[in-house]
Design a protein around this ligand. Structure first.
Ligand code: NAD
Ligand code: ZN
Length: 356
């Protein structure tokens, strides 16, 4: 705790993380460093503006010198949303607390990004502002040891989606490529191992690192329509973010890589390069593209991921009725502009139809 200075701290988390004892440990560390701390543990998955309002009120009362978010992406995003709201309300006179993020899932990479996903009136809104980036990220895979298998799989597939999207995104560079290549290798190697045995410490460590690597990559390179489509469907049917990404992944790769036609555009070449990096067969661009898609399919099979949203129990009529609005929402998503292909609403509708 040598990094934290001041008198007061606010800890943001959720009830489960509090019950698991993580919040108490942080309070003890803060007390040792001479800080009084108050906790706010009302955050639920996919935090909405209502809970942010409650947190913001407490934040204004405490005026903390240090803000610590310990939890999954939902908790860290909520903390970012609170900081962002205070900044927007008070502008230049707002003093940002020293912001520490401790991820307890290996997925969103939110501890190293300028992104926050907040639910407003049922829709997931993506905020992007450097002001929200944590000052310090603490990666401790012991904090992930209690994550149930299903959440391990969902969040791990979120990592793969971040990395895959960042590799073909419009702002990709040699630097983000290097991060992606490592993250993707770690996920293909270690996610099946941890899914098979959630007590595998080595695999957990590597997947936790992969999450952070992919976070740094997409924060610089951008994401794409996989996330736009996942945000819209996740908000509509209240589904785990990583599972939505996983169900869409190979269809989005096929769309971006123009698999049904030339399979030789810029994105296809990038997917093929990634396949080559993984040691997959990629003698031609099409072969590399297909190899990467097959690798994703194989991984999903190893992880027992369903074939589509219908298998998740969503009624077909409800799904069909929601598609048009979801496609409209996805078109407006902050992740769409960095997708390698500019999609039409009709194309997004076709992708949704193909993943029921
Ligand atoms: N900010 C970003 O860059 C970014 C990127 C991708 C996704 N997101 C957003 O993040 C949210 C998803 O975050 P997530 O996938 O980390 O899931 P989450 O934070 O919603 O957590 C999922 C569940 O796991 C539980 N959990 C968390 N840590 C645990 C632990 N150590 N032990 C046991 N249970 C634990 C939580 O209590 C919750 O019930 C979504 O709203 C998504 O849209 C943000
Ligand atoms: Zn994500």
């Amino acid at each position: 705790m040598k990094y934290v200075k001041g008198k007061t701290a606010m800890i943001i988390s959720d009830k489960l993380i509090d019950d698991l004892g993580y919040v108490k440990i942080i309070q003890e560390y803060l007390a040792e460093a001479g800080l009084n701390s108050q906790i706010f543990t009302d955050i639920c998955p996919d935090p909405d503006t209502k809970v942010l309002g409650v947190g913001l009120k407490l934040f204004q009362q405490i005026k903390p010198d240090v803000l610590i978010a310990i939890g999954g992406g939902s908790v860290i995003d909520a903390a970012k949303g609170i900081i962002y709201s205070a900044y927007k309300m008070f502008g230049g006179i707002f003093h940002k607390p020293y912001f520490v993020a401790v991820p307890t899932t290996s997925g969103t990479g939110s501890e190293v990004t300028d992104f926050s996903v907040i639910t407003a009136e049922g829709d997931k809104i993506v905020l992007v502002d450097q002001f929200m980036a944590p000052d310090l990220a603490i990666l401790d895979s012991d904090c992930v040891a209690s994550v149930p298998r299903k959440v391990v799989i969902d969040t791990g597939m979120d990592v793969l989606t971040h990395a895959t999207e960042a590799y073909v995104a419009n702002n990709a560079s040699d630097f983000t490529d290097a991060l992606v290549e490592k993250a993707v290798r770690l996920i293909f190697e270690y996610l099946p191992l941890i899914a098979a045995d959630i007590k595998n410490d080595e695999a957990r460590d590597h997947v936790h690192n992969a999450s952070c690597l992919a976070g740094i990559a997409f924060n610089n390179a951008g994401l794409g329509i996989n996330h736009s489509l996942a945000h819209a469907i996740g908000g509509t049917f209240h589904l785990a973010h990583g599972r939505c990404n996983a169900l869409l992944l190979e269809k989005v790769i096929a769309y971006n890589g123009d698999l049904s036609k030339s399979a030789n555009n810029q994105a296809a070449r990038r997917y093929a390069k990634l396949a080559k990096q993984l040691g997959l067969s990629a003698r031609t661009v099409r072969e590399g593209l297909v190899s990467y898609i097959d690798a994703v399919k194989h991984l999903k099979k190893q992880l027992d991921i369903e074939a589509g949203f219908g298998t998740l129990g969503i009624d077909q009529a409800d799904y069909q009725a929601a598609i048009e609005k979801m496609a409209e929402t996805a078109m407006m998503d902050r992740c769409t502009p960095t997708n390698p292909i500019k999609p039409s609403k009709e194309e997004l509708i076709t992708i949704y139809k193909s993943v029921y």
